[in-house]
Design a binder for this molecule. Sequence first.
Ligand SMILES: Cc1cc2nc3c(=O)[nH]c(=O)nc-3n(C[C@H](O)[C@H](O)[C@H](O)COP(=O)(O)OP(=O)(O)OC[C@H]3O[C@@H](n4cnc5c(N)ncnc54)[C@H](O)[C@@H]3O)c2cc1C
Length: 506
Amino acid sequence: MNRRVRKIVIVGGGTAGWMTAAGFSKGLAGSDHTIEVVESDEIGTVGVGEATIPPILLFNRTLGLDEAEFMRATQASFKLGIEFVDWTRLGHTYFHPFGTYGVEMHGIHFHHFWLRHLAAGGNLSPDDFNSCAVAAKAGRFAHPSPAERSPLPPIGFAYHFDAGLYGKFLRRYAEARGVRRHEGRIVDVQLAGEDGFIRSVVLADGRSIEGDLFIDCSGFRGLLIEQTLHAGYEDWSHWLPCNRAVAVPCDRLAVTTPYTRSTAREAGWQWRIPLQHRTGNGYVYSSEFLSDDEAASLLLSRLDGTPRGEPRPLRFVTGMRRESWKKNCVAFGLASGFLEPLESTSIHLIQSAIGRLLLLLPGHGFDPKAIAKYNEMTRREMEIVRDFLILHYKATERSDTPFWRHCQSIPLPSSLADRWDLYRQSGHMVIGPEELFKEASWFAVFTGQGVQPLAYHPLAEVPSAEELQRRFDLIRGDVVKRVQSFVPHDDYLRAFCGALPTGTTG
Ligand SMILES: Cc1cc2nc3c(=O)[nH]c(=O)nc-3n(C[C@H](O)[C@H](O)[C@H](O)COP(=O)(O)OP(=O)(O)OC[C@H]3O[C@@H](n4cnc5c(N)ncnc54)[C@H](O)[C@@H]3O)c2cc1C
């Protein structure tokens, strides 16, 4: 197929479909591309996916969204990180904050100085040096202020939002920019005889929608990429043990916490995502160690509010498509693969896939080199996220249930084994510029899950003990001062994007 790539057909109208439609309508504005979305109300969307990570700010800003309007429309709250309960051992809690720890000194990361402090018998928590962790504990929030004169790096934050409302919001955005929507169930996919490229999708009522480039956002089924083009799937279940989830929202919390909570359970973990109008909950588990009925009833017994509706079961296979881009079809979102939501990465992976495809967008025909580059970049990104997730299951003292004993026997991919060894031996982390999780994130999870290095960077020895203590006091003081200037999260939400609903529990 060597003709101009002009008409883009997005199959699916979930979060992936509408993020893509919005992103492409903005990114291709002024060109003569046309964008059409096909979705089926009858099939519906996966209906979960409410916690995000900081790069979402860039996506929303690139679209030019008004933050307050977006938050009102999606019942969003602010997110400063994730609280991990019972992951390391029962009764233990740690926080993975979005911002960095302390400040860099002598050209090295702050964690080396904290490791020196620890080695010298110190007992200060790394959280005391992190504004996001301190603010989360205090339940406070404020946007970074340009007027603030602090040596600390700005806080990082993201959102919790109602995924269904986010999809609707982006749909309005995309349609206002010329994206055309077709409602209907696709029952057939027509391929060109000569090269096997996708020519059109056919709806149940007989309509046929032709396109040059197809973006498969059809969810786990991978209607185009797998069912039609058979791209293949790489199963990573041997590394990440969970394969099911059950989700149910409940009444909102009395106080909207500015963080996600992840509580390790007997056969997986439970999420709690606080929105303005309700709280999202789910139990992610392994079917080898827990039945669906048990998971649903355990989840219902552990909610912080009255459930709204029946628990919704979900099944998944952790892994990725062998080729996310094959012929004239690129898979985004769940159609491209799935890594469980422990670090809220899936929506981000959609966002980065949009950026990557816009970067490598074909003009005339499809260049195998561009396709190979796209697939290589996708794989690298997925593998890095995968490794970060495995760390949570593997670096734990828990052995109290068959599930946690199984986790101890999980093999490590060599990429993670190398990173872990390096950190353990020297306190060093070498993070590539393309990596999603930076030093602060790896440090938070390594430390939180009890992995302590045997050494630290020699430059951490440069300041005298007194000088280091003085700097530590200053940094901790600056963190406290900053967080004192923040306001309770609910007050901030009310002031920033309107009143919260009444009728709270929790
Ligand atoms: C348990 C769980 C928890 C999650 N939590 C998070 C989280 O906290 N944070 C995060 O970032 N991500 C999370 N995710 C991932 C997130 O939900 C998805 O990445 C996101 O919703 C994108 O889904 P999607 O649009 O790819 O698929 P879907 O929502 O399944 O949408 C598929 C679309 O394709 C359409 N479609 C399918 N077949 C046809 C057909 N034959 N004809 C016409 N249309 C069709 C459907 O109608 C629908 O519009 C979670 C996922 C799971 C399973």
